[in-house]
Design a binder for this molecule. Structure first.
Ligand SMILES: Cc1ncc(COP(=O)(O)O)c(C=O)c1O
Length: 400
């Protein structure tokens, strides 16, 4: 199809749920994607933190090709070897004892909320979930009830039993936990959709301590900052703490839909057959892709690469901030989740569009922030290329 046909077909046949750029991607390799007109882009959107190994990584391609010839789906009425294999790698490399597999991030968060409520029911009839006001946990009704109000418009009534507090401050959480009906606190270790917001260094440690004191579960949504993005396999490792429940998706299946809820035995034991489930969750195809993703991250030194390349990128962004002080107000990040905050929403949008026109894909987040999510396989010369495009785009903006 020609680009015009693809774009008009989108409005003819698809529900109008996404604001899309007038670009149709048709091919990807490593950190690069090509559109329907043959234009090449450096992809630092990575499917919104999905393609952590870059596009079409040989280990994922090999795994899904082989698995697709063997068995794609059977359902959870039977034991599935690939689930055991993948869950074992996740358990051996995290705080968790048990895993539940599903298909998306919102679904993983739904599972976490249900698990916390099941635990809460057995621990004094507790059911309330405390979450951060500006968080993003997904679009299904339970996850949406724990998400920033602006996404909730038009969908009320939501699920009752959710209380929001400001992110990154411990006193409001302390007050919220005086309510004895609270069973869990649900947070992102770094807020992605809210503009790459990194809380003060001891925040998660303080939250963990408070949850322990109140016998309340800590759920960490690591969808965006799990699987190596911050330079550790899971972001909680930076803070010397462990959650009780963690959710994963996005990069988990290397692009094949896959989500997971991970928990300690003492929490997971509250679920029994019939409590929760999904037909497609944990299917052999997604499991084979996920195992390949995780093994590659661990065995190919990608955690070190994410940490090192993250620092290198950040130093380049800091010098851009110095150069374009009027336009760029802040740069921040951890590993390979990076944010450039602009003076205003118009400047940020203009920068994201100019970068895209110049061959670098980034995401506009919370209006004022350009979010940058390179693959963990990114090379120094690709970061140099991205920095050159950002610099060129900002120069164009200042003379326009
Ligand atoms: C932190 C976080 N949680 C949950 C979600 C929802 O995930 P999904 O789109 O797979 O449902 C997202 C998506 O951006 C996210 O960033």
């Amino acid at each position: 199809m020609r680009k015009e046909e693809i774009i008009s077909g989108t409005s003819e046949y698809l529900m109008n749920t996404y604001g899309r750029y007038p670009i149709a991607m048709v091919r990807g390799k490593g950190a690069w994607v090509w559109d329907s007109e043959g234009k090449k882009y450096l992809d630092f959107v990575t499917g919104i933190a999905v393609n952590n190994l870059g596009h079409c990584h040989p280990s994922v391609v090999r795994a899904i090709s082989a698995q697709s010839r063997k068995l794609v789906q059977v359902c959870n009425l039977y034991h599935i070897e690939n689930q055991v294999e993948f869950a074992r790698v996740l358990v051996e490399n995290s705080f968790a004892d048990k895993v539940f597999f599903c298909n998306s991030g919102a679904e993983a968060n739904e599972g976490a909320i249900k698990l916390a409520r099941k635990w809460g029911g057995a621990n004094g009839g507790r059911y309330k979930i405390v979450h951060a006001r500006d968080s993003f946990h997904g679009r299904t009704l339970g996850a949406l009830s724990a998400t920033n109000k602006k996404y909730q418009k038009g969908f009320k009534p939501l699920v009752p039993g959710f209380k929001s507090i400001p992110y990154g401050r411990i006193e409001p959480l302390e007050r919220a936990l005086r309510d004895e009906k609270v069973c869990a606190v649900m947070l992102e270790p770094i807020q992605g959709e809210n503009g790459v917001i990194i809380p003060y260094a001891d925040y998660l440690r303080d939250v963990r301590r408070l949850c322990k004191r109140k016998n309340t579960l800590l759920i960490l949504d690591q969808l965006q900052v799990g699987l190596g993005r911050t330079g550790k396999l899971f972001a909680y490792e930076h803070y010397g703490i462990k959650p009780d429940i963690m959710t994963l998706a996005k990069a988990l299946g290397g692009g094949i839909p896959c989500g997971a809820v991970l928990a300690t035995n003492s929490v997971a034991r509250h679920l029994s057959p019939g409590n929760h489930g999904t037909t497609l969750g944990g299917n052999p195809l997604a499991m084979s892709a996920g195992t390949a993703v995780l093994k590659t991250i661990l065995e190919d030194g990608l955690l070190d690469n994410a940490a090192g390349m993250g620092e290198y990128f950040m130093s380049g962004l800091l010098s851009i901030k110095k150069e374009f002080g009027g336009l760029v107000r802040d740069v921040r990040g951890k590993g390979l989740i990076l944010g450039v905050e602009f003076a205003n929403a118009e400047a940020a949008k203009d920068a994201v569009v100019r970068c895209s026109n110049n061959g670098l894909l980034t995401i506009l987040t919370e209006q004022k922030v350009m979010r940058i999510l390179p693959p963990l396989t990114v090379k120094k010369n690709e970061i140099d290329h991205a920095l050159e495009i950002i610099r060129r785009s900002l120069k164009e903006a200042t003379v326009a």
